[in-house]
Write a protein that binds this ligand. Structure first.
Ligand code: GLN
Length: 379
């Protein structure tokens, strides 16, 4: 058949997940917790099912859940979203990204994004008949060079996709980054699509500099977030996005035909769970302990760790002891040492190899200890 994405294979997360399972490896690859969620949340879903909330939810989501989301954003970031026209519950953050790009990007448009990047952005843009324009983040600090962004903007630029905290590098935007982005997009009709699924996982007491914290950016931004990352339930596939009504209208036109609505019992359970702000307020310290533990355990390993300021991830540099490609390194780590990670080259469309691998520390302590022990033996 005539492929629409001839150069795209199976996503790296599936490929490594399978290889990892075949070799019974300790899995530090996918950004998915291996520990249980709050039993209250499971009880909430069960209760919703027993109370027969088993039919379609409203197209844009359960009102009580949208209220909680709007309230949280107002409390944390001081931006107000209208519950009826500016909040959408999606079947995963991935679906939110897809619906936003599909609803807003026209054939022939250009969409700027930054590499290394989560692997779905560019293919979704291409499926719209639009052109993804990759700008490389600087290595090794993975910062945006805003001069390069300015140079890349053309009359065809429709969207800029940003992601903070950043998967896979663990870097975060500063207030200065937001100001640069605002200055570059002022008086244009460029839309910002902001992937903020790790918004509650920012370390060392720093605030999250998301688009909703910056009124000028909020005006032109679609912000995508995830319940899976916040409540340790990545398999439930529920996320949400917020955007000014004019943008949200177009996103909903796609959402209604792609999903119609997200899972009803889960929405009831999240609405209940969101009554307690500790659910997100404790997340930074919870994951910071895991980051710190993995850093400590790997201090004497042959890998040199790059700093991580947020997300579930940190990058490890092996250039001091090997010049094999990152894919070869990852394969060898799985087959010879029984530990699975992700090669950074998978996050570049041109396969750039910086001799870096991504480690996920969204794992229980025993897994982090076993994984680190294996990595310490590597030669
Ligand atoms: N976001 C997760 C990661 O980067 C997994 C996403 C996926 O498997 N599609 O590991």
């Amino acid at each position: 058949t005539r492929s629409k994405l001839p150069d795209v294979g199976t996503t790296i997360f599936t490929v490594i997940g399978q290889l990892s399972a075949e070799h019974n490896a300790i899995n530090l690859s996918q950004g998915a917790p291996n520990f249980p969620c709050d039993p209250q949340l499971v009880a909430g879903v069960t209760r919703a099912m027993q109370e027969n909330h088993n039919q379609y939810a409203p197209m844009t989501g359960l009102r009580s859940l949208k209220e909680r989301i709007a309230q949280k954003i107002a409390d944390l970031y001081h931006t107000h979203y209208d519950i009826d026209s500016e909040v959408l519950i999606t079947a995963s953050a991935s679906q939110g990204l897809y619906s936003a790009i599909s609803g807003l990007v026209h054939p022939g448009d250009e969409v700027i994004y930054f590499e290394p990047s989560f692997d779905s952005y560019a293919p979704i843009v291409r499926l719209q008949g639009a052109t993804p324009i990759a700008i490389k983040l600087t290595v090794p600090d993975f910062a945006v060079n805003w001069n390069e962004v300015q140079a890349a903007i053309t009359p065809r630029t429709r969207m800029i996709i940003v992601n903070t905290p950043h998967n896979p590098s663990g870097q975060v935007f500063s207030r200065a980054d937001l100001d640069h982005l605002a200055a570059l997009t002022r008086n244009t009709d460029i839309v910002i699509l902001s992937d903020e699924v790790y918004e509650h996982v920012v370390f060392d007491g720093e605030p999250h500099h998301g688009m909703a914290t910056h009124p000028q950016l909020a005006e032109r931004s679609v912000i995508v977030s995830s319940f899976g990352k916040t409540y340790h339930v990545t398999g439930w596939r529920v996320g949400y996005c917020v955007a000014p009504a004019e943008l949200m209208d177009e996103i909903c036109k796609v959402h209604q035909f792609l999903m119609f609505s997200a899972d009803t019992p889960m929405q009831y359970a999240f609405a209940e769970q969101m009554r307690d702000p500790q659910g997100w307020l404790m997340l930074s310290s919870f994951y910071q302990r895991k980051r710190d533990l993995l850093q400590t355990l790997l201090a004497d390993s042959p890998f040199r760790l790059l700093p991580s300021a947020g997300s579930f991830f940190l990058l490890a540099d092996y250039s001091a002891f090997s010049d094999e490609s990152d894919s070869e390194m990852v394969k060898r780590l799985i087959t010879e040492y029984g530990v699975a990670t992700i090669p950074l080259s998978a996050f570049y469309t041109d396969g750039t190899d910086n001799k870096l691998i991504r480690l996920s520390f969204a794992k229980d302590e025993a897994t982090l200890r076993a994984g680190a022990q294996a990595l310490c033996r590597v030669k």
